[in-house]
Ligand binder design. Sequence first.
Ligand code: SF4
Length: 385
Amino acid sequence: MTTATPSLPLFVLGRGSDPESERGVDCPGSLPPASDPDLVRRAAAAKATLGDRLFVLGHHYQRDEVIAFADVTGDSFKLAREAAARPDAEYIVFCGVHFMAESADILTTDAQQVVLPDLAAGCSMADMARLAQVEDAWDALVDAGLDQDTIPVTYMNSSADIKAFCGRHGGVVCTSSNARRVLEWAYARGRRVLFLPDQHLGRNTAVLQLGLDLDDCVVWDPRRTDGGLTTEQLTAATMVLWRGHCSVHGRFTAEAVADVRARIPGVQVLVHPECQHEVVTAADQVGSTEFIISAIENAPAGSAWAVGTELNLVQRLAKEHPEQQIVFLEKTVCYCATMNRIDLPHLVWALEELVAGRVPNRIVVDPQTAAEARAALQRMLDLPG
Ligand code: SF4
């Protein structure tokens, strides 16, 4: 029997440290005030001074004021690959969240230094699967004699040590774009998948793309003894979903889909697969952030969209496509609080520190963890495109 590993202590963003968390600690030094009218000029000047030594990555969910200084924008996987493709850039400033900066460090050379402008920019989903908890779940699979035919699969949105766990146990990483292909790879090697940490992406992909039944899926709850599952349930399951979710995408509701359909005749509802199953099944289209952007970019003028993904991106798409009607799916869902931690003052501070010859908030994954995580990432990269 495995006992429940205590859940994370409450961590007030940006204050103190939490070694158990995917998140980091306060930024040292003093930040310029957000009211400083000179911030845009200072960011541009620091960037110009650093020149080719610097490469700034901006995740699609970042604020406009930060995206304005990104050399490239993309989802977490695209950005990690972009960083790896710039071996000459000494400093990679990652405007995103902690697990993304870790992935960039894993995929770049030792000579490159990855900087996260605010160490409190973590990801609540990544925090929902801690290594000790995942090892407890694996022990339960071992005790039940099920580990040999179980393949651990982790979403990109997980900490480096969870990716490394998958690397050690013959598992793999997936993104929201390739989850189907990765699961097909996994089921060719085992009859059961342990899917970390987003239950919704796992369930939506298994049921809607691979044709599994909802009954084939069970949810491992790390806060309950033995995950809240009997050995019989674990044995029968082909998909063991980790009880984790995105605190933004998990909040969209099927009621909001019905509501927007009533308000906007002919609206197309477009959502991310991190949304709950009933939202995804009520929507017209489901896909990764890159899929959502491309669906809007290729849509005809006059089309109407209700988009269920992070608000910064939806607002940017609406601004860039005034010829379409683009609305946010749910009125009560907010920005991703941790993505929004990276603002212009933090970016200016990080860039000016680099100009001064100091490397602030460097993200370093230890070599052993990096090697094992890279093995899981490499299995994904080796899949046919
Ligand atoms: S949007 Fe969701 S998955 Fe992405 S960083 Fe925020 S909490 Fe994590």
